[in-house]
Design a protein around this ligand. Structure first.
Ligand code: SF4
Ligand code: SF4
Length: 458
């Protein structure tokens, strides 16, 4: 039986696409927004009105890097809440159509002659966050159990990463060598979807293992790759240092590192897959980081319709945006546009105890209970049930016949657990809660009639 899903009636298997799609390069945008996560505007050195260069580190010494991807004039600096809920410093720039490069980056021709610290410093200085998210200081670097370089896309609506592998297979050996030396990982794994193993077999030579991954969601998510093909736990930066034992880097990032280090240039571009509608074709665009989503919509002559949705970073893990001015970042793999008829709305129906969410959860959470405890504000129980281990894969909500907003409820619980002191709630308190008293779930119900339309400046 098909299940009511994000897109309508679909079978519960979500395959990754096996398709090649040429990458179309977009020009330097007419305006750009550079985002820098979790820092203060005072940490940005240039001021409004200053001219900046491509590759210039805009951050105060020791705070960055925050690399400019364009040359131009700073129009504004502000704190914004990003589409993922985190706070960012946003630097609005009017770019020049031609780059003037900051020349402080040096090229490295032969990775085999550079030592680990030199390579890590160059990767960090070029603006790659894949490594600096663990340790922003290249000289303080944790031991890495297993490094996985992944040619899988994370979302079924993205083909950007596998296209990078198809286009630059000849540079893959160098990418493996570069990251192997930079990270000094004990073991290297090249993760390939089933359908790309015929062109990736040659990498089984030497110390690299090839992992053949069934191309079905959520197998391309870093957490799942670390669990199934790594040493168990994805490495991530945390307040007290880092956690985990397996580092996962996309092949697109790894290949871009090779190009940037050899040229002595920063990371400037990101490939994103664009799609619209239920069965719209997937198209790849390479855009300057900072390019507004509106430029890609304009290129595809796609209009945002009021009560439709603009979704960044995938159908399963992505987030809806209220503005098409959201810029492309190094972390965005896809842009998807939905018409109003395709938008999925959650409901405030009670859980039917069918158990489907628990059965499908890849990290074995008791999702139905987490959803209920979060709905009623009992965050202590959410913490005890391991809400913080949720990886936001979205599968629970995908299969829920009651259309409960499970991902939002668990994400809300995680946010509360991380940011507040959790109060103890007694059994008596729980039993005294009247039905409907905690209307968290109503936030995600059908959109009200007066909902503001999406802006479309395309
Ligand atoms: S989103 Fe749902 S299915 Fe996925 S890890 Fe979190 S609770 Fe489990
Ligand atoms: S899938 Fe939905 S209805 Fe079924 S147990 Fe989970 S939350 Fe309840």
């Amino acid at each position: 039986m098909g299940l009511r899903s994000f897109f309508g009636i679909l079978p519960p298997k979500l395959p990754y696409k096996d398709m090649a799609a040429e990458i179309e390069a977009l020009p330097i945008p007419g305006k750009a927004t550079l985002l820098w996560c979790k820092h203060a505007p005072s940490d940005v050195v240039p001021r409004v009105g200053d001219e900046i260069k491509t590759g210039q580190d805009l951050a105060q010494k020791g705070k960055g890097p925050f690399i400019s991807t364009v040359t131009g004039r700073i129009e504004d600096i502000a704190i914004l809440t990003g589409p993922d809920g985190y706070e960012y410093v946003a630097v609005a720039v009017t770019p020049n159509p031609r780059d003037s490069f900051d020349t402080s980056l040096e090229s490295i021709d032969d990775f085999s002659k550079a030592d680990s610290l030199e390579l890590r410093t160059a990767i960090n200085r070029a603006g790659f966050t894949a490594l600096s998210s663990i340790s922003s200081d290249p000289s303080i670097w944790p031991a890495i159990g297993i490094l996985i370089i992944s040619a899988l896309d994370q979302d079924p609506l993205s083909i950007a990463n596998q296209q990078a592998f198809r286009d630059q297979i000849d540079q893959t050996e160098e990418a493996i060598q570069l990251l192997g030396r930079a990270t000094a990982a004990s073991r290297l794994v090249l993760a390939l979807p089933d359908h790309l193993t015929h062109i990736g077999r040659k990498f089984t030579r030497g110390p690299t293992t090839v992992a053949v991954v069934p191309p079905v969601y959520p197998n391309g998510l870093p957490e799942i790759l670390a669990k199934k093909y790594g040493a168990g736990l994805l490495m991530q930066g945390s307040d007290g240092g880092f956690v985990g034992n397996t580092l996962v880097v996309s092949i697109e990032q790894a290949l871009a590192m090779v190009g940037c280090l050899k040229a002595g240039k920063p990371l400037l571009n990101k490939t994103v897959t664009f799609s619209s509608g239920k069965n719209g074709p997937l198209k790849n665009f390479r855009a300057r980081i900072g390019t507004p989503a509106a430029d890609i919509l304009k290129k595809t002559t796609t209009e945002l319709i009021p009560k439709g949705k603009l979704i960044l970073n995938g159908a399963m893990r992505g987030y809806a945006c209220f503005s098409d001015e959201q810029p492309v970042t190094a972390a965005i793999d896809s842009i998807h546009v939905q018409a109003p008829s395709e938008v999925f709305f959650y409901q405030s129906k009670a859980c039917a105890n069918c158990g489907r969410c628990n059965a499908i959860c890849p990290v074995n959470l008791e999702v139905n209970l987490l959803g209920r405890f979060s709905e009623y504000g009992i965050f202590e129980k959410c913490r005890d049930l391991g809400a913080e281990n949720c990886i936001d894969c979205g599968l629970c909500a995908y299969v829920c016949p009651a259309r409960r907003p499970l991902v939002q409820l668990i994400s809300h619980a995680r946010h509360v657990i991380r940011t507040t002191t959790i109060e103890h709630v007694s059994t008596e308190d729980i039993l005294s809660i009247e039905e409907g008293e905690h209307p968290v779930i109503r936030l995600f119900e059908t959109a009200p009639e007066n909902e503001k339309p999406l802006r479309n400046k395309a």
